[in-house]
Ligand binder design. Structure first.
Ligand SMILES: O=C(O)CCC(=O)C(=O)O
Ligand SMILES: [Fe+2]
Length: 222
């Protein structure tokens, strides 16, 4: 299912310095295929969302989502990948401290699908400190939108688009790890009809981390 990097130490340094770490090819070919099949099956229960998120500076949400409660009930595959011992060990090595699964079910693991022109996951920070995002489907090229945009070390949403902002394209089967509670981030709008971008977002926490403080997950996934 996964091809784990064999030398995490330099990656830990990179992650600590940038708050973002690309993990190209984290999913094996078979793993990607299995998760694509699973998400295609689960998508029937997903919900269309079109609104502005008040608690995140009214940034737009135009996307189809499936919350963690559905995934926990209906997907043994995703539930067990989320708790995979080797994956947790890798994340702990990358973060430099013991990483824990999130207890709260709604935002523990979610499926986000952008599939219409203009679809976007607007600016926000996450409730939990770590987001592992797994790419299942992506637009053909970086000109088609669906890029991860973030500004390292900046929590204020107004930092997006300002100097230091990065935009990153990922391929299907890639993943990235983001220090998502302390890094303002968004997904740029899809620009072309007929393209899809679907990801699984696995949220993780660490000992002593505070409980979620925003309503954003309830609004997007409940
Ligand atoms: O789709 C992405 O790359 C980011 C997802 C995200 O930020 C989230 O689900 O909180
Ligand atoms: Fe996020």
């Amino acid at each position: 299912m996964l091809t784990l990097p064999s030398h995490p130490a330099p990656l830990h340094t990179h992650f600590t310095e940038n708050g973002y770490l690309p993990l190209p090819g984290l999913l094996t070919h078979e793993g990607l295929q299995a998760l694509r099949d699973e998400s295609a099956r689960l998508e029937a229960a997903a919900t269309r969302r079109d609104f502005d998120m008040e608690c995140m500076a009214d940034s737009p949400r135009h996307m189809t989502t499936l919350g963690g409660q559905h995934i926990a009930q209906d997907s043994e595959l995703i539930g067990s990948l989320y708790r995979d011992t080797e994956l947790l060990a890798l994340l702990s090595a990358l973060h430099g401290t013991h990483v824990l699964p999130v207890q709260e079910v709604v935002e523990r693991h979610v499926l986000n699908i952008l599939h219409h022109p203009g679809d976007t996951h607007g600016a926000h920070t996450d409730d939990y400190p770590l987001a592992l995002v797994l790419f299942l489907e992506v637009p053909p090229g970086s000109a088609d939108g669906g890029l991860l945009e973030f500004n390292p070390g900046r929590t204020d949403l107004t930092a997006l688009g300002k100097p230091g902002t990065q935009q990153v394209y990922h391929h299907a089967g890639d993943a990235y790890l983001l220090r998502s509670d302390l890094t303002a981030h968004r997904v740029t709008p899809l620009s072309r009809p007929g393209t899809r971008r679907s990801v699984l977002n696995f949220a993780y926490t660490a000992k002593g981390h505070r409980a979620p403080v925003t309503e954003s997950a309830e609004r997007l996934y409940a």
